[in-house]
Design a protein around this ligand. Structure first.
Ligand code: PRP
Ligand code: URA
Length: 209
């Protein structure tokens, strides 16, 4: 069964409040999404394996810990997931980045895949899928399906804001995928938007509306 972690750190909550504010413009919105993604990356990577290495300090030789095991890949769901990549790369600069393009058909609310380009060794990587919004869960479920079809087997999902319905849907569809969110909001409205949410993440990031 998926583990769901709400990362309710005071800095994340504070920044999410600005992100939700309809008066926050695209530049600040982008900066804040990047900052929250960086803070969340700290928690999402908490259980990465380490190994002991020997290091020479200017004073003596000592044993230290460094990352070991699987390498990472960050896979943003286009478009809005892109806004989280740079913040994560600040913490994990060696991660590779794959891209998966999904849009939600505005009438049916069904996700449509239009692009997928992944690191060629995706099956050997520990994957963090990013999307600011987990609403009905359709986009995340289909994106994860697409990744699994291409060999991915160690996947986590990281979203800024989620709905209870979306979290449940991903848990049911992909019980092997752990979910990390900044907030589980109240509900979805009749248009499939998260309430209170932040509106349309892609449009706010890229100024398209
Ligand atoms: C938004 C968001 C998610 C999806 C969530 O993307 O970034 O990918 O909706 O909704 P769901 O959980 O109901 O599938 P959108 O389809 O608006 O595309 P965009 O990122 O290109 O704006
Ligand atoms: N996509 C968004 O960008 N926002 C929502 O609230 C739901 C889906």
């Amino acid at each position: 069964m998926s583990k769901v972690t709400q990362i309710a750190h005071p800095l994340i909550l504070h920044k999410l409040a600005f992100i939700r504010d309809k008066n926050t413009g695209s530049k600040d919105f982008r900066d804040l999404v990047e900052e929250v993604a960086m803070l969340m990356a700290y928690e999402v990577t908490r259980d990465l394996q380490t190994e002991e290495v020997e290091i020479e300090t200017p004073i003596c030789t000592t044993k230290c810990k460094m990352l070991a095991g699987k390498k990472l890949a960050i896979v943003p769901i286009l478009r809005a997931g892109l806004g989280m990549v740079d913040g994560m790369l600040k913490l994990i600069p060696a991660a590779k980045v794959g891209h998966i393009g999904m849009y939600r058909d505005e009438e049916t609310l069904q996700p449509v895949e239009y692009f997928c380009k992944l690191p060629q060794d995706i099956s050997e990587r520990y994957i963090i899928v990013t999307d600011p919004m987990l609403a009905t869960g359709g986009s995340a479920i289909d994106a994860i399906d697409a990744l699994k079809k291409r060999g991915a087997n160690n996947i986590r999902l990281m979203c800024l804001i989620s709905s209870p319905e979306g979290v449940k849907a991903v848990m049911n569809a992909h019980p092997d995928v752990d979910i990390y969110v900044g907030s589980v909001d109240e509900k979805l409205n009749e248009n499939g938007y998260i309430v209170p949410g932040l509106g349309d993440a892609g449009d706010r990031l890229f100024g398209t509306k």
